[in-house]
Design a protein around this ligand. Structure first.
Ligand SMILES: [Zn+2]
Length: 100
């Protein structure tokens, strides 16, 4: 996807390549993929071990930031797959952003 078509590329909000491969090769079901994807999004990073009380909880604050941005401006979630692709992590991401 050409860089001029988006404002920010956020690989931190994508499923890991490993998780994506497991669902693309049929080793896990779509519902299982969604559960694992949600787990990945909130996974602690190594830096969290350096703070006793303040934790990042993965992408939690990024999701909250997007939610705030979406109150003022249109936010469009893009992916490499086709726009009408039903099985895309963007749908789950959208649900999470609304619920967080
Ligand atoms: Zn997609």
């Amino acid at each position: 996807m050409p860089a001029r078509r988006y404002d920010v590329w956020m690989p931190s909000l994508a499923p890991s390549e490993r998780l994506l491969r497991t669902v693309q090769t049929g080793r896990i079901t779509w519902p299982r993929f969604l559960r694992e994807y949600r787990r990945e999004l909130f996974m602690d990073g190594p830096v969290d071990a350096r703070s006793r009380s303040i934790k990042n909880h993965g992408q939690k604050f990024t999701l909250r930031l997007i939610k705030q941005l979406a109150r003022r401006n249109r936010v469009t979630l893009m992916c490499h797959c086709a726009e009408d692709q039903a099985q895309c992590h963007r749908h789950e991401l959208r649900r999470l952003i609304h619920s967080i």
